[in-house]
Structure formats: structure tokens, C-alpha cells
Design a protein around this ligand. Structure first.
Ligand code: AMP
Length: 411
């Protein structure tokens, strides 16, 4: 079912309550270190302003704690000081630099003063509420907070994909009290691309899974086994698969709990007749460090004292060949320790192939995989780079995400 999109709304003269993801990385002094998430929301923000609407923006920032939970006065003072750095003023400052217009910042999330400020808005105005998580009801999805938030908007827009997997007052609860709840441009794009992968992919469909642990991704693997034509396994989790095949893996990452899962996945892939690609060779190092000694060895040749930190050149060749045959590729988890240049070669080769082949629809999961393609400067060349780590993982698990289910169905 298609959901209402921001372009389906008539925003002229209306108050648009928009949930954005301004949970930005900060410097120690609280200033914004990376404004990518703020810039990502500009399309929806500018759309509302250009069409004569008034914008009430809300987001969480970090994980504020309740000072009343502190055991000692000193601890309480520390919590208060840390919370002060999570006020939205730093975000408002950055937003003012990015848009040509006035951005008001309120010191509360809800309440009479907020309502008065919202009532006084004129078309084109923007107000940013205080950090939604300063209100305890936010993460509890408190209906009373949801009702109060709903008073601030004639219509609701969700443009915070990073939080749609959470049923919070600002992401889910509020939608029960507003008639028209629509996806902003960011969320609509996420739904479109994940919908393509999960519902009607152009085939062959290949999934690349990497990252650290098999057990973290069991549900994703199981869901994808029913969807994909080819499953590519790399990264730390590949060694658990090798172990399950009876190979020695030296000091490589082993997820004990995942061994049986890996064995079951290999069996299911065989039964289903789908292609499962595992590394043929691997780059091993004598320490988990950039300056460690390293060499390429075949699978089954990893000696004690050595650990696999990247896929080897033959594996890169095999994986890239499978990708070239694909029409749709979804990727979750780096295939090596990409944070260290020396072990980023495999992850970079995959990113470069996806970036260079226009015939492939490439959907990159959020979190580490998105960080990797950004590090290589290739994010713009992908069909879609997700802005939500947890949310994209839950999408691939086949789950219904509360913040998306809550949006109004388009008729
Ligand atoms: P995840 O959060 O499960 O997607 O894991 C991502 C992390 O896995 C990244 O920080 C990578 O550095 C790490 N990773 C990828 N390959 C390996 C490997 N062979 N050994 C250890 N860690 C790895």
C-alpha cells in the first residue's frame, strides 16, 4: 500500500509538524560536527516553505538522562551538564546557516508557551522544538505527549527514517491524533528503494552481507534467503561460516552462537538452489592493527596467531563477477575492517563496482556500510544510501516499521 507523500499534502497556510532526524554527531563542546542529517532534511523543509506552509520541526538528539535518577548530587550535576549539550540550539544555529530564513528555537517540547509560539507563526516560518527526549513520554510513546504534540500541526510529515523503527510519541503516537500523516522526501525515497528490493526487484537480485556477527543478522539472512538469487557473505561473519564448514580460522572473529545458524543457512541455500558465495581467500594480519604484518592466504590456511581482516583478491574477483550479473544489489555490512586503509580494499572494490555500473540498482544499508561508501567518496554514485542503520536492518528483516505503518494510506 502506497503511503501519502509530502507532495500529496496541501500545505498552504497550514502548520506542518515534521519529525526530522537531527540526531547529529557533535563536538565535545556540543557544536555540530557533521551536518549531513540536517542537510538531508532540507528538501522537505524547503518544499513546505516554498508552498506557503509553516514548519514545526522536532527531533531527538543523543540520549539525555533523567537527573532525578542520579544517586548523588555530583552525579546529578554531571547529568544536567551533559544534557545541556543535547539542547537543540546547536542544530538551530546550523540550520540558520543552511537556509535563507528565520529559524526560531523553543526551549520546550510541548506546553502553553510552545502552543502560543506555534499559533503566532506566519507562512514560511520555522520553529524547532527542544530535544524530544527531554520529555520522558517520548520513548514510552506516551499518549498524552502524543496528543500535545499533535496540537502543534494541522498535518504531520515523517522525514526521520533513522527513527521509524521505533514507536515513540513523535514518530508513531502523534500520528493517531492527526488526520493526514505523510512521508517526507527522504522517507519516501527509503520506502521506494527498500520496496523495490523486497517486493519487486529487477532480477537477478544479490545481497551482500558483511559486518561482525552472524547472530546479529540471523533474521536478515533468513528473510533474504527467500528473496535473493545470490547471497554473498563477507566480513567478520564469513569466518563463522568457514568454521561451520570445518576450516580452521586462526584468531579470526568467531561468533560461536552463529555456527549452527551458518550451517543451516548453507543447507537452506543448497536446498533452494540459490547461489551462496563465501570468500575463497582472505587477507590475514598478525594483529588487529593498521601496522600489523599481513598476507593473503586461501580459505583453510589461516594459522594460529593470524586473523582475517579483509577478503582476498580472488574473492574480490568472484564477488564482483556476481555483482556484474546482478540487476539489483542490496548491501549490508562491510566485507572487511574498512576503517583501516590496509583492510578496506575488498569493501572499496565492491563499492567501486556498484558505483561504476549504471545497470545495477544499488541499495546500501545505513550505519557502517553507508559510512564506508561515504569514506570512499562514492555515496553519490549509488542508487540509494540509507540514512538509517537500525531501520534499514529491520526493513531487510521483513519487519513492519511502526513509524511507516502509522502514515496515512494513499487512496
Ligand atoms: P556490523 O555492525 O555487524 O555491520 O559490523 C561492522 C563492523 O564489522 C565494522 O566496524 C568492520 O570493521 C567490522 N568487520 C568487518 N570485517 C571484519 C573482520 N574480518 N574482522 C573483524 N571485524 C570486521
Amino acid at each position: 500500500m502506497r503511503k501519502l507523500s509530502i507532495e500529496d499534502l496541501d500545505v498552504k497556510g497550514k502548520r506542518v509538524l515534521m519529525r526530522v532526524d537531527f540526531n547529529v554527531p557533535q563536538h565535545e563542546d556540543g557544536t555540530v560536527r557533521d551536518d549531513t542529517r540536517i542537510r538531508a532534511a532540507l528538501a522537505s523543509i524547503n518544499y513546505v516553505r516554498d508552498n506557503g506552509g509553516m514548519l514545526v520541526l522536532m527531533s531527538h538528539l543523543g540520549r539525555p538522562k533523567d537527573p532525578n535518577d542520579a544517586d548523588t548530587p555530583q552525579e546529578k550535576a554531571n547529568v544536567i551538564a551533559k544534557n545541556a549539550l543535547l539542547k537543540m540550539d546547536c542544530v538551530a544555529d546550523r540550520l540558520r546557516e543552511l537556509i535563507d530564513g528565520n529559524v526560531g528555537k523553543l526551549d520546550d517540547v510541548v506546553g502553553p508557551e510552545v502552543e502560543a509560539a506555534v499559533a503566532a507563526m506566519a507562512p514560511g516560518d520555522i520553529l524547532l522544538l527542544e530535544n524530544t527526549r527531554f520529555n520522558k513520554g517520548e520513548t514510552k510513546n506516551d499518549p498524552e505527549l502524543a496528543r500535545q504534540l499533535a496540537k502543534l500541526g494541522d498535518v504531520y510529515v515523517s522525514d526521520a527514517f533513522g527513527t521509524v523503527h521505533r514507536a515513540h510519541a513523535s514518530t508513531e503516537g502523534v500520528t493517531h491524533y492527526i488526520d493526514q500523516c505523510a512521508a517526507g522526501f527522504l522517507v519516501a525515497k527509503e520506502m521506494e528503494f527498500f520496496g523495490r528490493v523486497l517486493n519487486n526487484p529487477e532480477r537477478p537480485l544479490t545481497a551482500i552481507l558483511g559486518g561482525a556477527k552472524v547472530s546479529d543478522k540471523i533474521t536478515v539472512i533468513e528473510n533474504l534467503l527467500d528473496l535473493v538469487d545470490t547471497l554473498v557473505i563477507g566480513g567478520g561473519m564469513a569466518y563463522t561460516f568457514m568454521k561451520a564448514q570445518g576450516y580452521e580460522i586462526g584468531d579470526s572473529l568467531l561468533d560461536e552462537a552463529g555456527i549452527d545458524v551458518a550451517a543451516a543457512v548453507m543447507e537452506k541455500a543448497e536446498t533452494k538452489g540459490l547461489e551462496l558465495l563465501l570468500p575463497r581467500d582472505t587477507v590475514v594480519a598478525d594483529a588487529f592493527a593498521e601496522d600489523a604484518a599481513s598476507k593473503v592466504v586461501g580459505v583453510g590456511e589461516i594459522e594460529p596467531g593470524w586473523q582475517g581482516l579483509d577478503i582476498g583478491p580472488k574473492t574480490i574477483e568472484t564477488f564482483c563477477e556476481a555483482l556484474r550479473r546482478s540487476k539489483t544489489v542490496v548491501w549490508n555490512g562491510p566485507v572487511g575492517v574498512f576503517e583501516m586503509a590496509k583492510f578496506s580494499v575488498g569493501t572499496k572494490a565492491i563499492a567501486e563496482l556498484l558505483a561504476s555500473d549504471d545497470a545495477i540498482t544499488s541499495v546500501i544499508g545505513g550505519g557502517d556500510t553507508a559510512a564506508a561508501v561515504m569514506q570512499f567518496g562514492l555515496a553519490d554514485k549509488m542508487s540509494h544510501v540509507s540514512t538509517g542503520g537500525g531501520a534499514s536492518l529491520e526493513m531487510l528483516e521483513g519487519k513492519q516499521l511502526p513509524g511507516l505503518v502509522a502514515l496515512t494510506d494513499a487512496s
